[in-house]
Ligand binder design. Structure first.
Ligand SMILES: Cc1ncc(COP(=O)(O)O)c(C=O)c1O
Length: 354
């Protein structure tokens, strides 16, 4: 074993149940795109079912196809834009799709299920024009399955743009709800689900929270979420270094004093980003040690000092808990000046999921 992503399916199920409680009666559509935010889409799909999710959402037709091929029979929504070839794959997989143009709607067969998307301010997918959106709803006929939008700033608690988007969506959707009572109305991502019950409608679409990461980028435990990912590896070598000796490409660590370095078989080829050079901690034996030197494609080095008993074969945790210590994906994200989503999605297929 080089690097292992140990996934706690029970935690994903409990996080799903926690989001279902927050949704307070609204259905849960669990977002499992990008291989379940790096956790494994199939593991996630099964776990969220155990936690009470009744729908799954993905971005790409191929992701829906993969779920079906593995025997997942939940309702699946493909949220992304689809070219004709991808649309055929999505429909063949029995997935619902999203429409915001007449051309796309006209290409849908009579037995398709479609969700019409209003762009209430995300500025990405969906139509900005509520009148066109209403025309699409009317033209969808029996194919109409849902009415949706997506928030741009739900995770920014001090920002009020979510309220503005909600206002625009409510103005559009309220009369349609009366005319099309069977259409499922949905808008809320994880942050919106936790932040404002007015965003829940018939169904919520959480992703990040299901994996036990904080949609607000801080502390998952404060949101009653349990991290589901432990990223670990093993010490493969330990060596003494004298003052002035260096480790890694570019000699970006030069020992100021005698110390001991542990080499760990994980690198940017596994998704442990090079920007973590001299910029991360690693847990070994329940203690934090600094990653020193350049992150290379396949290895990193950790300064374990002369006093520790770190030895070849010891387990090393890069994300997760060991003894009294814990490194959150949120901590790694802050060091990288990014978001927790990117930390787990960055893990490459070389990291064994177990
Ligand atoms: C349209 C849509 N809905 C819901 C989600 C889930 O968002 P989150 O992971 O922030 O809960 C996403 C993810 O980016 C999305 O693109």
């Amino acid at each position: 074993m080089r690097a292992l992503a140990r996934i706690d399916a029970g935690a994903i199920a409990r996080n799903t149940a926690r989001m279902a409680r927050a949704a307070d009666g609204a259905a849960v559509c669990a977002v499992v795109k990008s291989d379940g935010y790096g956790h494994g889409a199939l593991t996630a799909a099964r776990a969220v079912h155990d936690g009470g999710a009744t729908w799954l959402a993905v971005a790409a037709a191929a992701e829906a196809r993969m779920l079906r091929d593995a025997g997942i029979d939940a309702r699946v929504l493909v949220m992304g834009a689809l070219d004709p070839e991808e649309l055929a794959v999505a429909l063949e997989a029995g997935a619902d799709v999203v429409a915001w143009t007449s051309e796309f709607l006209e290409a849908l067969p009579g037995d398709a299920r479609v969700h019409v998307k209003l762009d209430s301010g995300m500025g990405r997918l969906g139509t900005r024009d509520p009148e066109l959106a209403t025309q699409l709803v009317e033209a969808a006929g029996d194919r109409l399955a849902g009415l949706m939008t997506h928030f741009a700033t739900a995770d920014e608690l001090q920002d009020t743009f979510m309220d503005e988007q909600l206002r625009r969506f409510v103005a559009w959707v309220t009369p349609l709800r009366e005319r099309f009572p069977d259409a499922v109305v949905h808008a809320a991502n994880s942050a919106a689900t936790l932040r404002d019950p007015a965003t829940h409608f018939d169904m919520v679409r959480p992703g990040i929270a299901l994996y036990g990461m904080d949609p607000f980028g801080e502390d998952p435990f404060a949101r009653e979420l349990e991290p589901a990912l432990t990223l670990l590896t093993k010490v493969l070598a330990v060596k003494d270094v004298a003052p002035g000796e260096s480790a890694g490409y570019g000699r970006r660590f030069v020992a100021p004093a005698a110390t001991r370095l542990a080499t760990l078989p994980i690198g940017y080829g596994d998704g442990w980003r090079r920007a973590l050079t001299n910029n991360a901690d690693v847990l070994i034996g329940g203690r934090r040690f600094p990653l020193v030197g350049t992150v290379s494609m396949d290895n990193i080095t950790v300064d374990v000092g002369l006093e520790s008993a770190v030895a070849v074969g010891d387990e090393a945790v890069l994300i997760g808990a060991q003894g009294p210590e814990r490194i959150l994906a949120e901590e790694v994200a802050k060091r990288l000046d990014t978001i927790n989503y990117e930390v787990s999605c960055a893990l490459t297929p070389r990291v064994v999921r177990a």
